[in-house]
Design a protein around this ligand. Structure first.
Ligand SMILES: [Fe+2]
Ligand SMILES: [Fe+2]
Ligand SMILES: [Fe+2]
Length: 402
């Protein structure tokens, strides 16, 4: 197991950003290639190491707000207008993450037109330079079609960029980009098959390491994205986390184990990012084929989380949160001996939370009725009876306070 105090921020963010691929391959590729263009430009402009580092994180997550935007915005359309809400969403999501808040401001203004006027009230040199760089890289990237290699489209792409020189884009940045695009290697760095390797190669030096607390901050942003995906799962990950922690505390878990449980519970449904909303929101019964698709989500989440340094245990707890002690759960049908305590706690908290939430397939169940359902499940050796007893205490105390 990698020591949790020995994880570099850069590696952590690159690994966590793979979750975007579950939601949209195209937007994931877009954010990766925008980062590569930004870093190429930063080198050409001889930006400071600190600015390059900020640009690296900002580029990788600049469109994160799209996943929380209230209206659907086609950010991949070059001429798309009314695009600002996702900038504000991203700003407020990243601004609360201690190690990533430097990236929040450049992202906030990444769609401001250089010549103005902008809703932000900023124009020209008042717009942060890093925002201006992302602005240019972003619009350039959306012009790359996937039916032929990036280099083969260079004239078409650059003509469109030049058309907006001095209006959308800072003219000096356009000139720097034109110099850069004269080098064939620039276009090769945009080849989709190799973006992961190029990002590793271009990533600026950053010796900062992440703590478990930093990881939890980032996990809470991804939990927000998971919960936002469907109206019916709104607030679910956060509610499961709160209940899991109450159970862990009642079971006298150590502080560091509780932090791991915190991250795992926040991310237990990360794999649902890959499940179509039509299935998550289906009001009738799922067909066996549809249920098979839903059953993939613990594994999808596991694959992303297991690649994050020091997350192996957390990944395992999320992987097994739908397993049953009698071996009849999913995704693998493993039995009692193989289901770790963390997964058992999340399973109980998840089931109780799901029962007491309104879903497409059932109305909200009362706490007492939910406990009865869970007692029957404990009798059938689906969930852990000892953990259910802890939950019962917590729920009944809560009811007594009402
Ligand atoms: Fe954007
Ligand atoms: Fe973008
Ligand atoms: Fe789940």
């Amino acid at each position: 197991m990698v020591d949790v105090t020995n994880v570099f921020l850069k590696k952590f963010v690159l690994a966590v950003c793979q979750a975007f691929e579950l939601l949209s391959r195209r937007i994931h590729l877009h954010q990766q290639r925008v980062t590569i263009i930004c870093l190429n430009l930063a080198n050409r402009l001889k930006l400071s190491p600190a600015n390059k580092t900020t640009l690296f994180y900002a580029g990788l997550m600049h469109d994160i707000g799209i996943f929380l935007a209230r209206r659907k915005i086609d950010i991949l359309n070059f001429d798309c207008e009314d695009i600002l809400p996702h900038c504000e969403e991203a700003y407020s999501m990243l601004n609360r993450i201690e190690l990533l808040c430097d990236a929040a401001v450049p992202i906030r203004y990444h769609h401001d037109n250089w010549s103005g006027p902008n809703e932000s009230g900023l124009a020209k040199d008042k717009i942060p330079l890093l925002s201006q760089i992302i602005r240019l890289a972003d619009r350039m990237e959306v012009l790359i079609r996937d039916d032929k290699g990036p280099a083969a489209q260079s004239t078409e792409i650059l003509n469109k960029i030049k058309h907006h020189r001095g209006t959308w884009f800072n003219p000096q940045l356009v000139d720097a980009l034109l110099e850069l695009t004269g080098e064939r290697v620039f276009w090769l760095t945009l080849t989709p098959e190799f973006t992961d390797s190029f990002l590793n190669e271009f990533a600026p030096e950053d010796t900062r390491k992440v703590t478990l607390d930093n990881m939890i901050e980032v996990a809470s942003v991804f939990a927000q994205i998971v919960d936002y995906k469907s109206h019916y799962t709104k607030g679910h990950s956060v509610a499961v986390t709160s209940l899991s922690l109450k159970i862990g505390i009642a079971m006298r878990w150590s502080k560091s184990d509780l932090k791991r449980l915190w991250a795992a519970a926040l991310l237990h449904d990360l794999g649902k990012l890959a499940i179509p909303n039509e299935l998550l929101e289906k009001s009738g019964a799922l067909t066996p084929q549809e249920y098979e698709i839903i059953k993939r989500h613990p594994y999808f989440g596991y694959v992303i989380l297991n690649a994050i340094p020091a997350f192996d245990e957390i990944a395992e707890w999320t992987l097994f949160h739908h397993e049953h002690l009698n071996g009849k759960g999913y995704p693998f049908g493993v039995d009692t001996d193989n289901i770790p305590q963390g997964a058992r706690i999340i399973a109980v908290a998840d089931k109780y939370t799901a029962l007491t939430e309104e879903r497409t397939y059932h109305k909200r169940t009362s706490p007492e009725k939910a406990l009865q359902v869970l007692e029957e499940e404990a009798r059938q050796n689906v969930i852990d009876k000892k953990i259910l007893d802890v939950l019962k205490n917590i729920v009944r105390k809560n009811i007594a306070y009402l």
